[in-house]
Design a protein around this ligand. Structure first.
Ligand code: HEC
Length: 440
C-alpha cells in the first residue's frame, strides 16, 4: 500500500519537476532549515538530530512536517495575532514557509538540483570563548545520568568583584563538547545570596528579585554591548544559573561557565540595560485542583523607558502570559495596549528581543501589567498532579507569574526625542506601504 502511494505521488510530481515548479529540498526547503533550525539541529548541538543535509533530513521528513505545521518547531511561542511582531533573531516560519515544507513532504520529499543548495551556515564554536573575559564564573558541575527525566534547577557561584562594575560583554559556554549535548538551556542571573533571600511583595522598579544577565541557547553568540552601554553587576550578589539538562545515553558532566568582560573600573555607561522580574503577582497565587487560573501582576515604571526584551516566567503549570501597558492619564478614561502574548512551555524559556524599530517607548508613570494563566487541569500534559492545589513557591511544582523585562531608562527629553524619531520612521514607512503601523 505504502509503496503504491509513493509511486502515485511520483507520477503526479513528475510533470511538476519537468516544469521546474515542484518543491525540492535544495531549492525550497534547505534555505528555511538553514535559517530557522540548524542553530540547534546540527552535529554537536543539543537537538536530537541534524537537519543540515538532505541525507540528514529525509528520514525525518514526516516528523518535520508535523512539528512545523503544529508550530512546535522552531520553538517560538508568541501569539502571531496580537501586538508586536518584529523581533531580533526571530526564527519562526511564515505560513508560506510552513506550506512549502508540507508540500515538499506530501509530494515525496525530492532532493532537487545540487546546484540549488544554499551554502551551509557557519557557527562559532559554542564551547569556546568569543570574548576575552576578565572574570570566569564556573558553576558547580552537575552529573547528568545516562537516562532519566530532564533535570531542572538552579546552581550558584560567587562573582569575583570587589566593587560594583558594568558588564561590557558576556557569554555562557559549556566547558566541554559533552556538556554541550546535555545542556538544553541555561539562563544566568545576579541574585541575592539564596541563604539570605527574603521573598517580598515589593515590585517597584529597580527593587531586586535579581538581574537577568544572559541566556544560553543554541546558535547564540556572546553579547557585546556598545561602548556607551552596559549592565550593572553589583558586588555581593551571587551568580545563579537556571538550568534544563537532559540525558543522552551516557553519564555526562554538565559544566557551565559564565565569562564576563568588564568596563573599566569607575566607568558608568550612558545607557544601562536593566533586566528584572517585573509585574509580580499582587495577590497570593491560588490555583485550585483541576482548574485554569488567571493571575495579574503590576509594576509602575517611575521613569520613561525603552523596553527591549520580554521573557515570561512561570513554572510547569504555566500556559500563557500577556504583557499590557496601562498608560498614565490625566483624564478619566484609561488607555491600555497589549504589547504581546505568548504561550508558555516550561521546556523553553524564550527571551523575545524587540527589534530596534519596535522596542516600546513608554512615558514615566506607565504601569506594566502581566496577565498569566496557569493550567492545573489534566489538559496540561506537564502537570504532575492535577488533584493538588498550587500556590507560590520556588520549586518547579510551585508557581510564579511575572516577566523578566529588559529595558533602558530614559529621561523625559530622551523619551520625547525617541518618540518623535519613531513617528518619523513610521510616517516614512506609511508612505511606502499601505500597512497601518501598530506602534506609537
Ligand atoms: C532552539 C533550538 C531548536 C530550534 C531552533 C529547532 N529545534 Fe527542533 N528540536 C529541538 C529540541 C531540543 C528537540 C527535542 C526536544 C523537543 O522535542 O522539544 C527538537 C525536536 C524536534 C523534532 C522532533 C524530533 C523527534 O525526536 O521526534 C523535529 C521534527 C524538529 N525538532 C524539527 C525542527 C525544525 C524543522 C526546525 C526549524 C523549522 C527546528 N526543529 C528548530 C531544538 C530546536
Amino acid at each position: 500500500m505504502r509503496v503504491l502511494r509513493t509511486l502515485v505521488a511520483g507520477v503526479v510530481l513528475l510533470p511538476g519537476v519537468a516544469a521546474g515548479q515542484s518543491v525540492t529540498f535544495t531549492k525550497d526547503v534547505a534555505p528555511i532549515l538553514q535559517r530557522s533550525c540548524v542553530a540547534c539541529h546540527r552535529p554537536g548541538e543539543m537537538a536530537p538530530m541534524s537537519l543540515m543535509t538532505y541525507e540528514d533530513v529525509r528520514p525525518w521528513a514526516r516528523s518535520v512536517k508535523a512539528r512545523v505545521v503544529a508550530r512546535e518547531m522552531p520553538p517560538w511561542h508568541l501569539d502571531r495575532h496580537i501586538g508586536i511582531q518584529t523581533f531580533k533573531d526571530d526564527p519562526s516560519l511564515t505560513d508560506e514557509e510552513i506550506n512549502t515544507i508540507a508540500k515538499w513532504v506530501d509530494s515525496g520529499a525530492a532532493r532537487g538540483n545540487a546546484a540549488d543548495m544554499p551554502p551551509l551556515r557557519q557557527f562559532a564554536n559554542s564551547i569556546e570563548w568569543q570574548i576575552k573575559p576578565d572574570i570566569v564564573i564556573k558553576y558547580p558541575v552537575k552529573i547528568v545520568p545516562a537516562a532519566g527525566p530532564d533535570l531542572f534547577g538552579n546552581l550558584y557561584a560567587d562573582i569575583p568583584i570587589t566593587k560594583d562594575r558594568y558588564i561590557k560583554a558576556i557569554q555562557t559556554r559549556t566547558a566541554t563538547a559533552a556538556s554541550r549535548k546535555v545542556v538544553h538551556h541555561a539562563l544566568s542571573y545576579a541574585v541575592d545570596d539564596p541563604d539570605t533571600i527574603e521573598v517580598s511583595g515589593d515590585d517597584s522598579q529597580g527593587v531586586d528579585g535579581g538581574q537577568f544577565l544572559v541566556e544560553f541557547a543554541s546558535g547564540k553568540n556572546a553579547e557585546v554591548y556598545p561602548d556607551d552601554a552596559g549592565v550593572l553587576l553589583q558586588v555581593g550578589k551571587k551568580a545563579m544559573v537556571s538550568y534544563h539538562l537532559h540525558s543522552v545515553g551516557e553519564e555526562t558532566k554538565a559544566e557551565i561557565e559564565l565569562g564576563i568582560t568588564l568596563h573599566p573600573e569607575g566607568y558608568v555607561p550612558k545607557h544601562i540595560r536593566w533586566s528584572k522580574q517585573l509585574a509580580q503577582p499582587t495577590a497570593a497565587i491560588d490555583i485550585p485542583a483541576g482548574t485554569v487560573a488567571r493571575i495579574d501582576g503590576y509594576t509602575v515604571l517611575h521613569k520613561a523607558a525603552r523596553l527591549i526584551a520580554f521573557q515570561p516566567h512561570m513554572h510547569i503549570r504555566g500556559k500563557r502570559q500577556c504583557l499590557e501597558l496601562i498608560y498614565p492619564t490625566s483624564g478619566s478614561s484609561a488607555r491600555t495596549e497589549v504589547v504581546n502574548c505568548a504561550n508558555f512551555n516550561y521546556n523553553w524559556h524564550l527571551t523575545y528581543n524587540y527589534a530596534d524599530t519596535t522596542q516600546p517607548l513608554v512615558p514615566a508613570g506607565t504601569i506594566l501589567h502581566t496577565i498569566s494563566w496557569h493550567d492545573n487541569s489534566t489538559a496540561n500534559k506537564f502537570n504532575p498532579d492535577p488533584r493538588n492545589w498550587v500556590g507560590d513557591g520556588q520549586r518547579t511544582i510551585d508557581e510564579m507569574g511575572f516577566a523578566w523585562i529588559g529595558w533602558h531608562d530614559l529621561t523625559d527629553e530622551e523619551y520625547k526625542a525617541q518618540l518623535a524619531e519613531r513617528k518619523g520612521l513610521q510616517q516614512k514607512a506609511a508612505t511606502t506601504t499601505a500597512q497601518p503601523q501598530q506602534r506609537h
